[in-house]
Every structure is written in structure tokens, then in C-alpha cells.
Design a binder for this molecule. Structure first.
Ligand code: NAD
Ligand code: IPM
Ligand code: MN
Length: 355
């Protein structure tokens, strides 16, 4: 691993991923200017343009190079209407989640200001939880196939892969996080009333692991009820742990409770290893290149990344700057402001520089 400077691989990717990554980089540069934070940011052009131009998704050996030579990877977003099957997304994003064994997809759902939630009467006290999404198996494993494709008798199968090891490590990570952060409750969400094999495993493992954490209250909700309760009474949650597909869905719902996808950050982690950080949102092609996307999710993702690579004070400065910009109404339109993507990035960077 390199010496003092933290080396970070940036993949802006596609659509608004490019717009928002530019602003995240701007904020990290401001951090260097203000605090001397040593970061070596290198930008890689993997994404739809490159794939369409020369067929490259992630070159052989690149993932291993990121793993061995970089402290973190930052991804803007992937997704392009010209590649409807998302082939490059599987090769870049999903391949790194699986290949680097980033089994925790951590997605904070935290309300910064009362006025940002669409839930009537709810305050910042009520909405502050974290989703622990399993990130290396489930329906995302890509196991399946077609039979008699294109005929009237076609069969299409995607297998839901749940391993003892995979289920246990995400559940344990959720409990360990709760304990380390002084959180009282872990809620596991599944559909064990229907998925009688796969989610029976989740039930058994959850109860077993919960016994190791008697200081943490272990609760369970079926995922349909979870969706309802997240809206009805989000104050009951500290940590939610769930499978890959359910976690994908509830993380967008969670984002909508706290101001939308323009504020939602996420981390793909394997504790102790080089991990991947990305906003929850996608490439939103209709907003791409128009200076309208909210860069705050990407900037908050950069803060999450700084925290995880051992720079918590720098992370706090970046998050504080975003909070202040929101408080002052220096935001894009999705948050009620009038600024463009670049102007928001400039403003947040100026607050960091003045810190
Ligand atoms: P999306 O998250 O890109 O956008 C949905 C809507 O949310 C947008 O139309 C926009 O109104 C809003 N939005 C999202 N991010 C915003 C931001 N930063 N600022 C303001 N508004 C924002 O989801 P989609 O439209 O379903 O997907 C578009 C493409 O992105 C697809 O190809 C999808 O597969 C891909 N995708 C990629 C990732 C990723 O790379 N991590 C995540 C989700 C979706
Ligand atoms: C996310 C995205 C991805 C997922 C897609 C782009 C593969 O929606 O990171 O939430 O489903 O995990
Ligand atoms: Mn998603």
C-alpha cells in the first residue's frame, strides 16, 4: 500500500455520475487546500462511452490493482440507454461488489433538517437509521438461465442464492455496527412466510447471532410491513438488515424519507479491505450534462469514504459543509433551491476551504 497519501480511484461512469463526481472531486481538492489532507485522486474512464468505443468494461487485472494499490474506489453511477442490458454495469459495478467481496452495502437514512422529509410532523429525531444490505449474493448472483427462449414455452429462471456464510456475515456486521455506534435495535427484514427455504435460513441465523448481542434488541418485520413502517413510524429503526434485492428497494424508499436520491450516500464494504463508495442514485440520463443533478449525494459519499479510510475529521468537515449549504438554501431544485450542479459544488467547496 502507498505511504502517507490515500490513493483513490474515481470512476465517474455515466450520465449524472460524471456531473456529480466532478463536484465530489472539487470538494476533496478544497479539503487538501484547507487542511492539507493527503489524497491522490486518479480518474478512470470506465463506463458506457468507453464500452461503446472499444468494448472495454473493466480491463483484466484492474480490479486487483484497485484492491492492492488503492485505499478506496469511488463510483459516480453507471447506466446508459444505449446499453439496455446494462452489460457494462454488471462488469464494472456488480463485478467489483462480488470480486472484491464487498459484502456490506451500508446506506444511511438520516434526516438533516425537518423540512426535508415529506412525512408530516416528523423531525430529525425520528429518522436516523442505517440499512445493511447483503451485497454479494441473493437474486443478484446471476445464477439462472433460459429454457426454450423466444418460444411460447419459454422458461426464465433467476435463482435466489443464500449461503450460510453470506447471511451470517451481513447479520453479524449489522449487530456489530449497532453495538459500536451505541444503537439499540437491529431489525431483520425478510419474506420468510413465503420464501420458506432461503429466508428460513435468514430466520435461523438471525436468532442465533442475536443471542451473541443481548444488549441489542433484535426485531423482525416481513419486508412488506417494513415498507409500511418506514413511512408510518421510521423512529422505530436504528439498523435494518436485509437481503440484496429488498435492500435495493428499501434504500430508495429510505432516501425519499430524507430529501430524495440527491442526498443518499452509500458504501460497499469489506471491513479491512479496499472498498467501493457510490451515491445510491443512478445515472438519471434525462438530467445528464444539464447542470441540474444534485451533487450532494456524491459529496456525502466522499465523506463516508473519508470516514472509512481513517479520516473522520475530514469527513466531518465535508458533511458539515453540506449541511450548512442546505441550511442556507444553496441547493439544486430537488431540494427547493435555484443553483446548478456546479454552483452547489463550488459553494460546498468554498465552505470547506473556509473551515
Ligand atoms: P436514477 O437513480 O438514475 O434516477 C431516478 C430519478 O431520481 C431521476 O430521474 C431523478 O428525478 C432523480 N434523481 C436521481 N439522482 C438525482 C440527483 N443526484 N439529483 C437530482 N435528482 C436525482 O434511477 P433510474 O432512472 O431508474 O436509472 C437510470 C440508470 O441508472 C439505469 O441504467 C439504472 O440501471 C442505473 N442505476 C445505476 C446505479 C449505480 O450505478 N449505482 C444505481 C441506480 C440505477
Ligand atoms: C444500486 C443500483 C444497482 C443495484 C444497479 C445499478 C445494479 O440500483 O446500487 O442501488 O441494483 O444494486
Ligand atoms: Mn438501487
Amino acid at each position: 500500500m502507498p505511504g502517507a497519501a490515500k490513493r483513490i480511484a474515481f470512476i465517474p461512469g455515466d450520465g449524472i455520475g460524471i456531473d456529480v463526481t466532478r463536484e465530489a472531486l472539487k470538494c476533496l481538492e478544497a479539503l487538501r487546500a484547507a487542511r492539507g489532507t493527503l489524497l491522490r485522486c486518479e480518474v478512470f474512464d470506465y463506463g458506457a462511452e468507453r464500452y461503446l468505443r472499444d468494448g472495454t468494461t473493466l480491463p483484466p487485472g484492474e480490479m486487483e490493482r484497485f484492491r492492492d494499490e488503492f485505499h478506496a474506489i469511488f463510483l459516480g453511477a453507471l447506466g446508459d440507454p444505449r446499453i439496455p442490458d446494462m452489460a457494462h454495469g454488471r462488469d464494472i459495478l456488480l463485478a467489483m461488489r462480488f470480486g472484491l467481496d464487498l459484502y456490506v452495502n451500508l446506506r444511511p437514512v438520516r434526516l438533516f433538517f425537518d423540512r426535508l422529509t415529506p412525512l408530516r410532523g416528523r423531525t430529525t429525531q425520528d429518522i436516523d437509521f442505517v440499512v445493511f444490505r447483503e451485497n454479494t449474493e441473493g437474486l443478484y448472483a446471476g445464477v439462472g438461465g433460459f429454457f426454450k427462449k423466444g418460444t411460447p414455452d419459454e422458461v426464465a429462471v433467476n435463482q435466489d442464492i443464500n449461503t450460510r456464510k453470506g447471511v451470517e456475515r451481513i447479520i453479524r456486521a449489522a449487530f456489530e455496527f449497532a453495538r459500536a455506534r451505541g444503537k439499540r435495535r437491529v431489525c431483520m427484514s425478510d419474506k420468510s412466510n413465503v420464501l420458506r427455504f432461503a429466508h428460513d435460513l435468514w430466520q435461523r441465523v438471525f436468532h442465533e447471532v442475536a443471542r451473541e448481542f443481548p444488549d441489542i434488541e433484535a426485531t423482525h418485520l416481513y419486508v412488506d410491513v417494513l415498507a409500511m413502517q418506514m413511512v408510518r413510524a421510521p423512529n422505530q429503526f436504528d439498523v435494518i438488515v436485509t437481503c440484496n434485492m429488498f435492500g435495493d428497494i428499501v434504500s430508495d424508499l429510505g432516501a425519499s424519507l430524507v430529501g430524495g436520491l440527491g442526498l443518499a450516500a452509500s458504501a460497499n464494504l469489506h471491513p479491512g479491505r479496499t472498498s467501493l463508495f457510490e451515491p445510491v442514485h443512478g445515472s438519471a440520463p434525462k438530467h445528464a450534462g444539464k447542470d441540474v443533478a444534485n451533487p450532494m449525494a456524491a459529496i456525502l459519499t466522499a465523506a463516508l469514504m473519508l470516514e472509512h479510510i481513517g479520516l473522520p475529521d475530514d469527513a466531518a468537515v465535508v458533511e458539515g459543509a453540506v449541511r450548512r449549504a442546505i441550511a442556507e438554501g444553496k441547493t439544486t431544485r430537488d431540494l427547493g433551491g435555484e443553483l446548478g450542479t456546479r454552483a452547489v459544488g463550488d459553494y460546498v467547496a468554498s465552505l470547506i476551504r473556509a473551515s
